[in-house]
Design a protein around this ligand. Sequence first.
Ligand SMILES: Cc1ncc(C[n+]2csc(CCOP(=O)(O)OP(=O)(O)O)c2C)c(N)n1
Ligand SMILES: [Mg+2]
Length: 332
Amino acid sequence: MSKKSPQKEAEKGNDTTKDVSPEILFEMYRNAYATRQFELRCMDLYRQGLIRGYLHPYLGEEAIAAGACAAIGREDYIVSTHRGHGHCISKGADFKKMVSEIMGRETGYCKGRGGSMHISSKEDNNLGANGIVGAGIPIATGAAMGIKVKKEKKVVVGFFSDGAANQGVFGESMNFAATFNLPVIFMLENNHYAVSTPVECSFGNCDLACKGPAFGMPGVCVEGNDAVEVYLATKSAAERALNGEGPTLIEAKTYRHGGHHINDPGLYMDQEILSQWKAKDPLDILKKKIKDKKKLKTVEEKVERELDEAVEFAKNSPQPSVDEFLASIPNF
Ligand SMILES: Cc1ncc(C[n+]2csc(CCOP(=O)(O)OP(=O)(O)O)c2C)c(N)n1
Ligand SMILES: [Mg+2]
C-alpha cells in the first residue's frame, strides 16, 4: 500500500490566493468554519441521544464544499451525499432547519422525516443528500440534461466520493454527460476510504482524475484541503459548462478526520498518514490566506451564535405528529 506524504503532495504549485477576491475568501471560510462547528455540535447531540440513526461527519473535507459552492451561483444546482452537511451549509442552508431535520423535528427541511442523509432544500437549488452510494451522480447528470433541454444558463455540481466512483452508475453517468455535452461538474471527493476500504485496495489506478479523459472530458486533480484550489478548478469547470463545452471531472484529494460514521473509531486508518492530513487542516490553510484576522474572529463568533440558536430552536421544536404520519399511509 502506498504511503505518499500528503503534505508533500500539497506543497506543489504556486500560491493562487491572489486570483480570489477577499469576499470569496470570507465566504469560503464562513462556510468551512460553520461546517466544522456544525459537525462538532451534531456529534455532541448524537452522544446525548438527541440524534438517531447514522451521522457521517464531513470533518477534514470542509474546503471542498466551501470552495465548490463559492464558485457557482445560487441559481446553480448541487447534488449531495450521505456525508452532506458541508454541501448543504455551503449552498446556503438554514441552520435551524438543518439541525431540526437531523434531530427528527417537525421544523426540519423534511419535517423531520428524512434525517441527516436526506436533507434537500429547493430554495437553495440543493437537490438533496442521498443514502444510496453513487445515486446522486445520475441525478446530477439528469438535472444537467434538464438544463440543456430548457436552454438555461446553469450548471450542476454533483458531489460524491471514491466508493461511489466504483459504482457502475458512475461510468454510465460520465459517458452520458460527455456524449450529450452536459453542464455538469463531477466533484469526486477522494477521501481515500469507502467505509474501511482504502482506495489502494479498490482501484488499479488511484489517480482518479484519469477517469475524466477516459470518458471524453477533462479530469483535473486538486488539493482538496485547499478551498482556493477547489474554488479555482470549479470556477473554470463552470465556465466551460456555461460555454457549452460540457462536463468536467474534478478529483479533490482529502482525508476523513475520523471513522466512517460517528460510531466508527476508524482503527483501520493509518495513524501516521491521518496525522499528516490533520496537520494540513482545511481551516488553517484558508485562515492563513486571509489578512483581516479581526474580521475572521467576527465571522467565527457570528457563526457560533447562529449555530447555538439553531440547536436551541431544534431542541424546542415539536416531534412530527404521529396522526399526520399515519394519515399519509394509503389505506391505513
Ligand atoms: C448502493 C450502496 N451500497 C452500499 C452502501 C453502504 N455504504 C454506505 S456509505 C458507504 C461507503 C461510501 O464510500 P464513499 O463513496 O467513498 O463515500 P465516503 O463515505 O467516503 O464519503 C457504503 C458502502 C450504501 N449506502 N449504498
Ligand atoms: Mg470515500
